[in-house]
Design a protein around this ligand. Sequence first.
Ligand code: SF4
Ligand code: SF4
Length: 291
Amino acid sequence: MREIVIISGKGGTGKTSVTAAFAHLAENKVICDLDVDAPDLHLLLDPQVVREGAFHSGNEAVIDRERCIGCGTCMEMCRFGAVDADGEKFRIDPLRCEGCKVCVAFCPEEAIDFPSRHCGTRYVSDTRFGPMVHAQLFPGQENSGRLVSELKKEARVLAERMGRDLILCDGAPGIGCPVISSLSQADLAVVVTEPTPSGVHDLERVAELCDHFRIKVAVIINKHDLNAGHTEGIEAMCRRKGYVLAGRLPHDTVVTEAMVRRQAVTEMDGENFGRRVNEAWTVIQGLLNAH
Ligand code: SF4
Ligand code: SF4
């Protein structure tokens, strides 16, 4: 079983367009969208949900109005400003509650319940490119990395059950907990970057994270023709650090057209941008086979 995670130091570098194209090109895989804060792979892959389930993480405090005597202790004790007066009783704002349990411990009437927090929904779906594991967090719910780990586990079980030998993940952006969870057990991280000062900086940070976890790094420079100087800088960094430059993709309006049509760019264009993505995919397959 091989696992590729496609990441970027920040959002908006074309990571999801590249993932969708690889999902089109790769054979015998399970697709996994780990970008649960802002999932958009489903917009291109149009998944048909086969199975869904609730995702719970942490706990939240909920006041039982019947038992509450309105003493106000919970509001005094809450350091997060999550408790408000509600007539003669009190109520807790679920978006502000951090689940610290202090109010539960101090309520003299034991009127505060502490159920697990329902944060979102996880799905297993069918797409025209194969099975896909994905999720949607409810608004305001934070991705701690746990959901990412659960999705990866689910994708692995599904791949084993279906005899698939590749898991292709659209990773979480940034360098926080979710991306660290995205990288666990990965054989290869494909970093999609752009030739801008922040692109170079973000690549450096996210690639260092991969180095830390000893995960091989391949780099794709998207819109490489926007700034030759920064593109050269990224290429020099790859040579210096031993990252494989898997491809340079030009700035091309076909990427936006593909998004509008809800297609992978390789479904629309086999000559220019699409050919470059194909070439990058060949390099990545070579890296996986050599691993
Ligand atoms: S501490 Fe308990 S009894 Fe007092 S206001 Fe809060 S919920 Fe009600
Ligand atoms: S659990 Fe903590 S954060 Fe939530 S309402 Fe109670 S004291 Fe405030």
